[in-house]
Design a protein around this ligand. Structure first.
Ligand code: ADP
Ligand code: MG
Length: 705
C-alpha cells in the first residue's frame, strides 16, 4: 500500500501502515536479526554492526515499497520542535544509473552541522559538528516519501543538544530506582519500569485567508491586538458542541494521517473557547508519546492548510478567551503491564502503590520550582495564574479519600479510620483497602491524581512534552532512590515502610490541596504553607541552575552542570527573542496599519463636518466633532505609547550584559509597554469605521470557521 491508496482502506488496515513497527520488523527481518534488534529495543544492549546492516537494508526496502526516496535523521533540538535534513537513497553506478542504498552506518549515526541550533554557549562555532544517533526505541516511519529515523542529537564532544537524550536517560534512571523498590517488595520478575504518557493537545483553528491578513498571527502565532467581540465563550456553547462540517472534514483527515503514522488518535472534541479543539491519543511509552506529540503538532498544521485553515498551537492566541495547554497524563508501568500508580486490591499491592504515590508527593513538593520551570515559556505566562488554567503555584490534587488515607498513615492509624473498622497499620501485609474510584472531580489543579495516573496540566500547548517528563522522571527517581536506600538497610521492612510513608506525609502534605486552585484564598493559603508562587517564565528558568536541582540531574546522569547552564541560557534567549519579535510586530502594525487607518477615519470625520457645513444647512455635526475629538486624542496617546515601546525595545535589544537581566528588561519594561499600547489600539478598534480597520477582528477570526 503506498500512501495515496491508503485513503480507501479501513482503520485497522491503515493504522501504523507507514510505521516500521514490530509487525513490519518481524515480516522483513531474518529471525536472528529480528531477535537481536528486539533485545536492543527492550534491554538497551548495543546492536551488532552486521545486524545493523541487515536492519538498514530491510528498513530501506520497506520504505521504498512505501514510496520513500529519501531518509532523514529526525531529531528534537532545543527549539522545542523537530529538525530534519533529507538525503536520498541514491548511489551512482558505473553505467550512469543509480541504485538505492542505505547502510547500517547511515542508520545508526548521522553527522550534521549543528552551528545554527541553540546551544547556549555549549558549542563554539568552530566545532560546528553535531551528531545524531538512532533511537531504536521509537519506530521509524515513512512520511512525505521520506524514511524518518528518530534520533538523539549531541555535540562533537558528546554534550546533549536536544530534548530526547535527557528524556531517555530519565526513563532509565526512573526504571532503575523503581526496580529497587519492586525487588524490595519481593518482585523478582519485572525487568524494566516504563514511563507512560498520554498528552492531550489543545489547539485553535482559524480561516487561513483571515489569518494571512494579520501580521501578528503570521509572525508570533498570537493576536497582539484585538478588542473583545460582543460574544466570547460565556455561553459555553462550544465545549463538546457538534462539529461544523469543515472542522469535521479536517478532523477526519487528521485522524487518518495520524493513524497511518501509528499515532493512536482517540478522542476529539470542541473546547471551551470558540474555534478551540482538543485531540487526545491513547497513552504510550514516554519516548514514543513525545515523538507522537511532535507528529500530532506537525500534522495538525499540515492538514489544516489543506482545508484552508490555520492551526494555532500558541498558548494564548486570543486575550480574554481560554488559552491552550497540553495535559500530560503520566504514570509508571512494569514491563509486564502493571500500572504502579493503580491502587491495588491486595495489601501487598497497596504498599507498593503508597510508596510510589508518596515518592511523587515528595518529589513534587521538593522540586516544585523545577516542575514550574518545565512548564514555562513566554506564551504560558498568559495562562498560568490567569483564572482559566492552573495557577502558577504547584500543588497536588489527591481527592478526599486518598488524602484521608494519608492522614491515617500520618496519625499512625490511631485517631481516624475511613471504611476500615480496624485501626490502620502500614506494612506489606496490613494495609487498608484503597478506594478504587478515586476519580478526579477537580479541574483547577495543576497536578492531579486521576485514579491511576497523574495529570500535569500546566504544560504549554506549543512545547515539546520531553521537558516536563524528564523533570518528573528525574525527581521521582531521586525520591525512590532515597526510599530504597532506607528500605534496603532496614531490619524490619514493614516497620521501615511505615516510618518512611509517615515521614513523607508529615513533611510534604503541604503540597496537597483539594480545593479550588483558581481562588484568591488559595494564593494566600499557599503562601502560608510556604509553597513557591513563581509568576513568570524568566523567574522560573532560574530553577535550572539552582544547586539542589543541578545535584539531582547530575546524580541520575540526566544532564550535567554545563548542559544545565546551557539550557538556562537557551531558555532565557528564547524568551527574549519571543518578546522582541512580538514588540517589533506591534510596532510595525501600529505604524503601518493602525495609525494610517485611524488617520483615514479622522480625515473622514473632518471631511464630513466640512461637507455638511459647506451645504449651508445648519445641521448638527456634534457627533462627528465628538468622535473626532475622542479618536484624535486616542491617536495621540497611541503615538505616545508607541514611542515608549520603541524606546524600551531598543534599550533592551541593545543591552549586552547578563542574559537574565536582559530577559528581565523584556518582561518588566518591553512587555508592560506592549500591553499599554494594545489597550489604546483596542479602544480605537471599537470606534473606527469597521470597513477601515486594517485587519480582521476577533469576531471575524473566531466565528468564521
Ligand atoms: P480527560 O479529558 O478527562 O483528562 P482524556 O480521556 O481526554 O481525559 O485523556 C486522558 C489521557 O490519559 C489519554 O491520553 C489516556 O490515554 C491517558 N492515560 C490513561 N491511562 C494512562 C496511564 N496509565 N499512563 C499515562 N497516560 C494514561
Ligand atoms: Mg485532561
Amino acid at each position: 500500500m503506498v500512501n495515496d491508496e491508503l485513503q480507501t482502506y479501513s482503520l485497522t488496515e491503515v493504522f501504523g501502515a507507514n510505521v516500521f513497527n514490530d509487525a513490519a520488523m518481524r515480516e522483513r527481518l531474518p529471525k536472528p536479526a529480528y531477535k537481536a534488534l528486539k533485545k536492543t529495543i527492550d534491554e538497551g544492549t548495543p546492536l551488532d554492526r552486521d545486524i545493523a546492516e541487515i536492519v538498514a537494508n530491510a528498513m530501506k526496502d520497506w520504505a521504498i515499497d512505501k514510496g520513500a526516496t529519501h531518509y532523514t535523521h529526525w531529531f528534537q533540538p532545543m527549539t522545542g520542535i523537530t529538525a530534519e535534513k533529507h538525503d536520498s537513497f541514491i548511489s551512482p553506478t558505473s553505467d550512469g544509473k543509480v541504485i538505492m542504498e542505505f547502510s547500517g552506518k547511515e542508520l545508526i549515526k548521522g553527522e550534521s552541522d549543528a552551528s545554527s541550533f541553540p546551544s547556549g554557549g555549549l558549542r563554539a562555532t568552530f566545532e560546528a559538528r553535531g551528531y545524531t544517533a538512532w533511537d531504536c526505541t521509537s519506530p521509524a516511519f515513512v512520511k512525505d516519501n521520506t524514511l524518518y529515523i528518530p534520533t538523539v542529537f549531541c555535540s562533537y564532544n558528546g554534550e546533549v543538544l536536544d530534548k530526547k537524550t535527557p528524556l531517555l536517560r530519565s526513563m532509565e534512571a526512573l526504571s532503575k530506582q523503581a526496580l529497587r523498590i519492586l525487588r524490595l517488595l519481593g518482585n523478582t520478575t519485572v525487568k524494566k519500569v516504563i514511563t507512560t504518557v498520554g498528552a492531550e493537545q489543545e489547539y485553535f483553528l482559524i480561516d487561513k485567508k483571515l489569518h494571512d491578513q494579520r501580521k501578528d498571527l503570521i509572525y508570533t502565532g498570537r493576536t497582539l491586538f484585538g478588542a473583545m467581540p460582543p460574544k466570547g465563550q460565556e455561553m459555553d456553547d462550544h465545549y463538546y458542541g457538534a462539529f461544523k462540517e469543515r472542522i469535521s472534514a479536517f478532523m477526519k483527515e487528521l485522524d487518518r494521517e495520524l493513524w497511518k503514522l501509528g499515532v493512536s488518535a482517540k478522542t476529539k472534541h470542541n473546547e471551551v473557547a470558540p474555534a478551540q479543539h482538543e485531540l487526545a491519543p491513547i497513552f504510550n511509552t514516554a519516548n514514543i508519546a513525545t515523538d507522537h506529540n511532535q507528529l500530532i503538532m506537525d500534522t495538525l498544521k499540515k492538514v489544516a492548510q489543506r482545508h484552508g485553515l490555520v492551526c494555532l498551537l500558541h498558548e494564548k492566541p486570543f486575550a480574554g478567551l481560554n488559552g491552550s495547554g497540553k495535559h500530560n497524563n503520566w504514570s509508571l508501568s512494569t514491563d509486564d503491564g502493571q500500572n504502579l500508580l493503580d491502587p491495588g486490591r491486595t495489601p501487598h499491592e497497596n504498599a507498593q502503590f503508597l510508596i510510589f504515590l508518596c515518592a511523587v508527593i515528595k518529589a513534587v513538593d521538593e522540586y516544585a520550582d523545577l516542575l514550574r520551570c518545565a512548564a514555562a515559556n513566554a506564551g504560558n505566562d498568559h495562562r498560568l495564574g490567569a483564572h482559566e488554567a492552573p495557577p502558577a503555584i504547584i500543588s497536588i490534587f489527591l481527592g478526599e479519600q486518598l488524602t484521608d488515607i494519608l492522614e491515617q498513615i500520618e496519625n499512625n492509624g490511631g485517631a481516624k479510620s475511613l471504611k476500615q473498622a480496624a485501626p490502620l497499620k502500614i506494612g506489606v501485609t496490613t494495609l487498608p483497602v484503597l478506594p478504587k474510584d478515586a476519580t478526579d472531580r477537580n479541574r483547577t489543579s495543576p497536578f492531579a491524581f486521576t485514579g491511576n495516573k497523574f495529570e500535569f496540566r500546566m504544560v504549554p500547548s506549543s512545547a515539546s512534552i520531553a521537558g516536563p517528563i524528564f523533570v518528573l522522571n528525574t525527581i521521582v527517581a531521586e525520591e525512590l532512590c532515597q526510599i530504597a536506600d532506607r528500605l534496603e538497610k532496614a531490619e524490619d521492612l514493614n516497620a521501615e515502610i511505615h516510618a518512611v510513608l509517615r515521614e513523607i506525609v508529615k513533611n510534604h502534605k503541604r503540597i496537597i490541596f483539594n480545593g479550588n486552585n483558581y481562588s484568591e484564598e488559595w494564593i494566600e493559603e499557599a503562601k502560608r504553607r510556604g509553597l513557591p508562587n513563581i509568576r513568570s517564565t524568566v523567574e522560573a528558568i532560574k530553577a535550572l541552575i539552582d544547586e539542589k536541582n543541578i545535584r539531582v540531574f547530575e546524580k541520575h546522569k540526566v544532564l550535567n552542570r554545563t548542559e544545565l547552564y546551557s539550557r538556562y541560557e537557551i531558555l532565557l534567549e528564547s524568551y527574549i527573542k519571543t518578546i522582541n519579535i512580538e514588540a517589533l510586530t506591534m510596532i510595525e502594525m501600529t505604524k503601518r496599519d493602525i495609525i494610517p487607518a485611524v488617520i483615514g477615519y479622522i480625515t473622514k470625520l473632518a471631511d464630513s463636518i466640512n461637507t455638511v457645513k459647506a451645504t449651508g444647512v445648519n445641521a448638527d455635526t456634534s457627533v462627528q466633532a465628538e468622535l473626532l475629538q475622542e479618536v484624535s486624542s486616542l491617536l495621540a496617546e497611541l503615538k505616545k505609547n508607541l514611542a515608549a515601546l520603541e524606546k524600551s525595545t531598543s534599550e533592551a535589544a541593545d543591552f549586552s550584559g547578563d542574559t537574565y537581566k536582559k530577559a528581565c528588561m523584556y518582561r518588566d519594561d518591553v512587555f508592560v509597554r506592549m500591553n499599554e499600547l494594545r489597550a489604546v489600539a483596542d479602544k480605537l478598534e471599537t470606534l473606527v469605521d469597521s470597513k477601515m480597520w486594517p485587519f480582521p477582528t476577533y469576531g471575524d477570526l473566531l466565528f468564521n470557521v
